[in-house]
Design a binder for this molecule. Structure first.
Ligand code: SF4
Length: 458
């Protein structure tokens, strides 16, 4: 498990005495990167020094809103000099607005924050934003920077869901600190639940806000692990899933150089998915491949197609999974022989097999493939997504043209005849009427029906 603490003040004097031990414990806990933000010029310089000495540490440089009364244009220039002087500076932060403590005048905070955003835009770096009770002023400033390429994270998020939606709209990421683990933090958990996992980062905000069960002690990056359980329950995923997705998110936002290899077999919750090809006979307008190489933090774009032997090597302890599912960045029946070999192997090992398909296997093979799947594939999920051939052609652009739709119907019927459990799936985005028509069609064909949300796997 690889973890990233995206906000940790190891540059504070709290760690002067035992930083090496803190870093050893972080490594043992699975931390691969720690982002240390500055809160003024001195702490920004110290963050960069720490980053130079430690491979896992990266620095952000910034001036905290508390310091705004004493800061000026010169400080922003110094931040720029520090940032361009080190390739381990990966963000501008911690910057923002704070009307809770009001240590500096709000006008000075607004000016400083705007200057820092301009710096981030110039250097094309993400920002790490502190915001306390300054939601309106914050949105007023951020809206002025809309469409300028500003990206970043709201760290230690403490606003409500309507503010959350506004910043998600601006493309921002969100992180919560250890308070998310506190027994009485119902509101924070309710807000966190509204954050799409693809927009969530992990942070400790060390040395502050120590999570349970260490609440009251000094916080440190190793404790980021204690947030995982809360999110796993919230998103109904495994701890490993949350770790992988949040690490991918941090890598994507901050460019942390974490190597992410294309995967053939990938686990989500209690199922194992097989990604055996990136080819497909459709070009669906909604296909994830058009805007990302990743699904739930797994890189699914492949350099080359794996051979059956390579796939089998990835299939250890098959029976511990609920299902082995052919479901990757392409249409598995384009490699029918491989599907048959692997499915037969899984059955011999006592596992269950599901084939997720666009249903065009008969057209691809040139014959009815259902009899070949009988006995080795327990279930098939066919993505239908439209209740009518013309609409399907428009949405999915099949290379087989209009004959694709009737071939899909035949495939469903033939699988049902072969006693293979069939589930027809539709994306909710196609609208209520089309969903109802697909549901009826599935029933008439003797198949089950499942409506799904785009990008929700497993
Ligand atoms: S059938 Fe699936 S893999 Fe193929 S283009 Fe459509 S969404 Fe993408």
């Amino acid at each position: 498990m690889k973890l990233v603490d995206t906000h940790c003040h190891l540059n504070f004097s709290d760690y002067d005495k035992d930083l090496p031990e803190v870093l050893t414990r972080a490594k043992t806990a699975g931390l691969v990167r720690i982002i240390v933000p500055g809160t003024d010029i001195k702490s920004s310089i110290k963050a960069v020094e720490l980053a130079k000495k430690n491979k896992m540490i990266f620095a952000a440089v910034g001036v905290h809103p508390h310091e705004a009364d004493d800061a000026g244009v010169l400080d922003v220039e110094k931040l720029r000099d520090i940032a361009v002087g080190s390739d381990k500076v990966i963000a501008i932060g911690e910057i923002g607005l704070d009307k809770y403590k009001n240590y500096s005048k709000i006008e000075n905070q607004q000016k400083l924050f705007s200057e820092c955003l301009r710096l981030a835009r110039t250097l094309d770096l993400p920002v790490i934003i502190h915001n306390r009770r300054a939601g309106k002023e914050m949105l007023d400033i951020l809206k002025k920077f809309k469409n300028t390429g500003i990206k970043g994270v709201f760290h230690c998020f403490s606003e409500d869901i309507s503010f959350l939606n506004a910043i998600l709209e601006l493309g921002m990421y969100v992180s919560f600190a250890g308070n998310i683990t506190f027994k009485n933090a119902f509101d924070s958990r309710k807000t966190a639940q509204a954050v799409p996992l693809e927009k969530l980062l992990l942070e400790t905000d060390s040395p502050f806000i120590t999570p349970e069960p260490y609440r009251g002690k000094r916080n440190e990056p190793a404790y980021v692990k204690n947030l995982l359980d809360v999110y796993a329950k919230m998103y109904k995923l495994s701890v490993e899933d949350v770790a992988r997705v949040t690490t991918h998110n941090a890598n994507k936002l901050f460019n942390l150089g974490i190597k992410e290899k294309g995967v053939i077999a990938y686990a989500i919750r209690d199922s194992l998915y097989l990604n055996i090809t990136n080819r497909c006979t459709n070009r669906c307008g909604f296909c994830t491949r058009q805007y990302s190489n990743f699904v739930k933090g797994h890189k699914l774009s492949l350099g080359s197609e794996p051979l059956a032997g390579e796939i089998i090597q990835k299939l250890k302890k098959v029976s511990k999974y609920k299902e082995i599912v052919f479901c990757g960045f392409g249409e598995a029946t384009l490699r029918l022989n491989t599907v048959i070999k692997i499915a037969a192997y899984v059955k011999r090992q006592g596992g269950k097999v599901r084939l997720t398909t666009n249903g065009q296997g008969n057209l691809i093979a040139g014959y009815s493939i259902a009899p070949k799947l009988k006995g080795i594939v327990d279930a098939v999920s066919v993505s239908l997504n439209e209740a009518e051939a013309d609409m399907y052609s428009r949405l999915c652009c099949p290379s087989f043209g209009k004959k694709a739709y009737s071939a899909i119907m035949d495939f469903i019927k033939e699988c049902v005849e072969q006693s293979i459990k069939v589930e027809v799936t539709c994306l909710d985005m196609i609208g209520g009427e089309a969903v109802s028509a697909c549901r009826k069609m599935a029933k008439d064909l003797g198949a089950e029906f499942r409506m799904r949300h785009l990008d929700v796997v497993g």
